[in-house]
Design a protein. Structure first.
Length: 150
């Protein structure tokens, strides 16, 4: 039985875009998301915290340049600067990389300000699956041939 060529190409794209621990979504056991409740939850992210995030995700620190330490629940939506709200998001992953998550945050903030959704709804959509939320609010992103990596 032969696999359809489209399936083979799709598997190759996934394999080249998501290497090792370069997942599109954070591990919900390591990064369930957290809202800041106290001032100490908003003290910023130190290099030591970033190193702990890398260790939790079993990523070598020498790969730091390939990732952005991202807040699952964005600070703009009340997200905490705590380990359970941080994850290493690949800056190389296409088409749903760090820049797309930032765009989603801006769109959700606009909807919250306009009264079309609550802050709690925005947080939950991102916590559940930020890529699904992106597609729901902004549509699918397609790659052009030859634009699979940086």
């Amino acid at each position: 039985m032969q696999l359809p060529i489209a399936l083979i190409i799709g598997l190759l794209i996934c394999a080249t875009n998501v290497r090792g621990q370069d997942a599109l979504l954070p591990n919900p056991k390591l990064t369930p998301g957290r809202v800041a409740e106290r001032d100490k939850d908003r003290r910023g992210v130190s290099v030591r915290m970033e190193q702990k995030v890398f260790a939790r995700y079993r990523l070598p620190w020498v790969r730091r340049g390939e990732f952005k330490i991202d807040h699952l629940i964005p600070r703009e939506l009340g997200g905490a600067d705590t380990l359970d709200n941080l994850w290493p998001q690949s800056v190389r992953t296409k088409p749903y990389g760090a820049d797309r998550k930032e765009l989603l945050t801006e769109v959700l903030l606009q909807k919250v300000r306009a009264g079309r959704m609550t802050v709690e709804q925005a947080r939950e959509e991102i916590r559940r699956d930020w890529i699904d939320a992106f597609i729901d609010h902004l549509g699918m992103v397609y790659l052009r041939p030859g634009n699979l990596t940086n």
